[in-house]
Design a protein around this ligand. Structure first.
Ligand SMILES: NC(=O)c1ccc[n+]([C@@H]2O[C@H](COP(=O)([O-])OP(=O)(O)OC[C@H]3O[C@@H](n4cnc5c(N)ncnc54)[C@H](O)[C@@H]3O)[C@@H](O)[C@H]2O)c1
Length: 347
């Protein structure tokens, strides 16, 4: 089996979870890291338990012929994603790109073009698709237990205040971007996975908490987006990163034969169920904002397999993520312009 060598850029919070995950994946090793803060080999070993070549210059890491990297893992703040992803693709490297893919549609298209031209593989950090909760949700839908879905709401509530390391840059419009770009993209992505339909139009409104903890946000840290799908289905996504409550990934799907709410469900397809009572499906819920709890392992394994077998990875390949972010950009535009936005406006 070919050893896949990873060069990681941005040695912060999420990078720690990535490095921990690579250790669980056979035949994949982080051999280089690029971090703008001064970092020593001793620190890297003590904090992350790895020995890797350390760079402060990203281009130098990409170009180092001795490394011959297979994967560039981009874990920097959002505003660096475009240039770093384009440079990685141009250097012929496969890419793990943390979400959001880019801060705007033009930048996302530039990354897509660079990936297509280079013929490299790319995976996006929308790892919730690999969670047991959402794999189960998808199997319930695919088994026909909910019938035809006509409505879905999947919402993201996670207060990202000064207690988070990323707060300093996440509050900036030119880096965090929006409530959806910052974090709510996970719930919008899950809704698209569930509804399995093209979005035609979105309407989004935003607002902000009066709690001083969140005053630094330069954009609306709470948004609600209504989605109209081509087939007539409707959906709703709330993204709230200025809430004061435990992390909650709310999920409610409504279909012609049943409904699913988080891990509870009712299905008229199953004889003997009682419509007045929910039944519970036991699974591991997406109930933590801590990146060490996120399902990166099955995602990284699927990405490594796709590189080795030269196939498109399931669930979080770049093109699938691109469609999710196209809807995010349309929603953010709707909130900015104060009117519904058709997806066809983003060509
Ligand atoms: N998929 C998820 O669930 C998830 C969770 C958390 C974070 N993220 C994403 O991961 C990325 C990083 O977030 P974080 O919370 O780890 O941030 P962080 O601030 O903890 O880490 C970012 C690191 O990048 C370094 N850095 C900044 N600019 C750099 C540059 N030009 N070159 C090299 N290093 C540079 C910083 O010094 C810092 O160490 C963001 O895009 C975020 O959206 C995704």
């Amino acid at each position: 089996m070919k050893e896949l060598k990873v060069g990681l850029v941005g040695l912060g919070w999420v990078a720690g979870a990535h490095i921990g995950t690579y250790k669980e994946i056979e035949g994949v090793e982080v051999v280089a890291v690029c971090e703008k803060r001064p970092t020593t080999a001793a620190e890297l070993e003590a904090t992350h338990g790895i020995q890797a070549k350390i760079y402060t210059d990203y281009e130098a890491m990409l170009a180092d012929p001795e490394l011959d990297l297979d994967i560039i893992d981009i874990c920097t703040p959002n505003k660096f994603h475009r240039d770093q992803a384009v440079a990685a693709a141009k250097a012929g490297k496969n890419i793990f790109l943390e979400k959001p893919i880019a801060l705007n549609y033009e930048d996302a298209k530039a990354i897509r073009e660079a990936i297509q031209e280079a013929g490299v593989k790319a995976c996006v950090g929308l790892e919730c698709r690999f969670s047991k909760q959402f794999l189960l949700m998808k199997s319930v839908i695919d088994a026909g237990l909910l019938g035809d879905l006509h409505y879905g709401e999947i919402d993201y509530y996670h207060g990202i205040g000064p207690w988070y390391g990323q707060y300093e840059w996440n509050v900036k419009e030119d880096c965090g971007g929006s409530a959806l770009l910052s974090a709510g993209c996970h719930s919008l992505d899950a809704l698209l996975l569930a509804m399995d339909d093209e979005v035609e139009e979105v309407t989004s409104y935003g607002c902000k908490s009066t709690n001083p903890c969140f005053k630094e946000y330069e954009y609306d840290p709470t948004t609600v987006t209504i989605l109209r799908f081509k087939s007539g289905k409707t959906g709703k996504v709330t993204a709230s990163i200025d809430c004061m409550q435990p992390y909650y990934f709310h999920c409610h799907l409504v279909g012609s034969e049943g409904s699913m709410m988080d891990n509870k469900f009712y299905s008229a397809k199953l004889t003997g169920m009682v419509k007045e009572r929910w039944s519970t499906l036991e699974t591991a819920m997406v109930d933590s904002g801590d990146v060490t709890d996120h399902p990166y392992a099955p995602q990284f394994q699927a990405f490594a397999d796709s590189i080795r077998t030269d196939t498109v990875m399931p669930l979080t390949d770049f093109d699938t993520a691109f469609e999710t972010f196209r809807v995010v950009y349309a929603a953010d535009l709707s909130n900015k312009l104060g009117r519904p936005v058709k997806l066809s406006e983003l060509s």
